[in-house]
Design a protein around this ligand. Structure first.
Ligand SMILES: *Cc1c(COP(=O)(O)O)cnc(C)c1O
Length: 219
């Protein structure tokens, strides 16, 4: 199977309103170019250095999403060009993104990463933590940051019922946050969950933004 046919297959199984982020981390420049040539424009990376090399080398109309854990001190490197930072897990990080985006005269889209999985190791804000931050309200004074929605990673398990319950919980929390804080903001619309193993289940559970890597780039 080629990258092109993998992409076509994944795309054809997604509804029109679902954005596909091709997760190209650990894959070569050539592989990304092949996906680009097949029409893909949104790519996800999780390491700043790898992303920098790809950004410098590949076509400039690619929209890069940073999907990994973002360290505060690395924001300045990606701020000039990043389209979206998906895994925002603290108010401290939002403040730094605001600062660096302002310096670059840009507005940067972000997603709030929620910790809903059972594993301790997973990152993200606990729901109460996230709601408390939104309630506090200081994020409203950050004109260079645009909160576009939520992101989460399900537990790493074969238990489909558990994954499903986490996805549904993500959808529920999105709805609560939307209603309480973003009811009049059309831009707050993204529910980012679902990866190679579970993106169809995620779609069934209300995801409109899936991050698919190995299913596209590996045999
Ligand atoms: C690697 C990664 C993905 C894609 O995983 P695959 O199983 O290769 O599709 C999605 N989201 C995040 C946050 C990742 O780090």
């Amino acid at each position: 199977m080629s990258i092109k046919s993998n992409l076509q297959q994944v795309r054809s199984s997604l509804r029109n309103n679902v954005e596909l982020v091709a997760v190209s981390k650990y894959h070569t420049i050539e592989a990304v170019q092949e996906a680009y040539d097949a029409g893909q424009r949104v790519f996800g990376e999780s390491r700043e250095q790898e992303l920098r090399i790809k950004h410098d080398t590949l076509p400039k109309d690619i929209m890069w999403h940073f999907i990994g854990h973002m360290q505060t001190n690395k924001v300045k490197y990606i701020a000039p060009y990043i389209a979206m930072i998906e895994a925002v897990d603290s108010f401290k990080l939002i403040k730094e993104i605001e600062k660096q985006a302002a310096k670059n005269n840009r507005t940067i889209d972000i997603l709030l990463e929620l910790h809903l999985a059972q594993e301790e190791s997973k990152s993200g804000m606990l729901p109460d933590e996230c709601l408390a931050m939104l309630e506090e309200g200081e994020w409203r004074n950050m004109p260079h940051v645009r909160i576009r929605g939520i992101m989460m990673m399900a537990s790493n398990t074969d238990d489909e019922q558990l994954i499903k319950s986490e996805f549904l919980r993500a959808k529920e929390l999105f709805d609560v946050i939307k209603q309480r804080y973003f009811a009049d903001d059309e831009a707050f619309s993204i529910r980012s969950y679902g990866m190679s193993g579970d993106y169809l289940l995620a779609q069934e559970c209300g995801s409109n933004h899936v991050r698919v890597g190995s299913r596209i780039f590996s045999e």
